[in-house]
Design a protein around this ligand. Structure first.
Ligand SMILES: [Fe+2]
Ligand SMILES: [Fe+2]
Length: 270
């Protein structure tokens, strides 16, 4: 059989990994997804990987050791103090580029595989989230930082769909993909915009679908019912990996985008 896809670059992007269950789900699903899609790059949003909030150097190192090319973050970036120096020293982990310059870490990175250079940019929405500067002005600085690259993936970590849709249109034709994270709920609007940018408002999370965006559902419901503080724990029910696969054959353009929704494979012997 011929290999018509041989020249294509494929980018697998995985949404917010939630807690230990999300991490195990990612690691169990990745070999299957590598076999199915042969992604050139794997980029993972891991802002919730440490017990549901934040990330530690050990967990970041593990992801990178398992072949994850780059890690993106979001509003939970600074929940674990031990990650602060790591954010400055490890180039392949990015926090929103529109945080203040004085905050630890950086918002862009470039990774390379098979001679292809992928720029990764993390942004935070400004509505309902704390980000010191505008995503819409800082994206220009971030794109300038990347220099010469073949593809650019923007993780737009935002609460409001309007900001994400607007960023998709704003960057259409200038980056390969604008993919949303943060809400933990996947949207069904994956498409390639007219200028060639792959777009999806939210890829969803990698974690327990049986909870409420990652939290045990009884606790989330109790909090809403009683309006009193409730200690939240990560749900262990019905883990899925959620993400998107972007295929590209021209510089800074996507040919297609496909939503990836996959339940954690059954554990052998379980
Ligand atoms: Fe978030
Ligand atoms: Fe998240």
């Amino acid at each position: 059989m011929a290999e018509p896809q041989a020249a294509a670059t494929r980018i697998l992007f995985v949404g917010d990994v939630v807690g230990g269950l999300g991490r195990r789900t990612l690691l169990d699903c990745l070999p299957v997804l590598r076999e199915r899609y042969a992604p050139t790059f794997v980029v993972v949003n891991a802002e919730n990987i440490a017990g549901g909030v934040g990330i530690t150097p050990k967990l970041a190192d593990e992801l990178l050791a398992k072949g994850v090319d780059a890690i993106t973050l979001g509003n939970h970036t600074y929940r674990r103090k031990e990650i602060y120096p790591y954010l400055d020293s490890q180039s392949r982990i990015v926090r929103p580029a529109n945080f203040l310059r004085s905050q630890p870490g950086h918002g862009t990175c470039v990774v390379e595989r098979d001679g292809v250079r992928l720029g990764v940019v993390n942004l935070s929405g400004n509505l309902y989230l704390r980000a010191g500067r505008s995503a819409f002005t800082e994206i220009e600085v971030a794109l300038g930082e990347l220099g010469e690259v073949d593809h650019v993936l923007v993780d737009m970590h935002a609460e409001a769909t309007s900001e994400k849709v607007a960023m998709g249109w704003h960057l259409d034709g200038r980056v390969t993909a604008v993919l949303g994270t943060h809400t933990h709920v996947p949207t069904s609007d994956a498409r390639v915009l007219p200028g060639g940018t792959a777009y999806l408002t939210d890829v969803g999370m990698t974690g327990p679908r049986g909870g409420v965006i990652g939290v045990k559902r009884e606790q989330a419901i109790e909090s809403l019912l009683t309006q009193m503080p409730v200690r939240f724990e990560t749900s262990e029910e019905d883990p899925w990996l959620m993400g998107a696969l972007v295929s590209c054959s021209q510089r800074l353009r996507a040919d297609s985008i496909e939503q990836v929704l996959m339940p954690r494979p059954p554990t052998p012997g379980a």
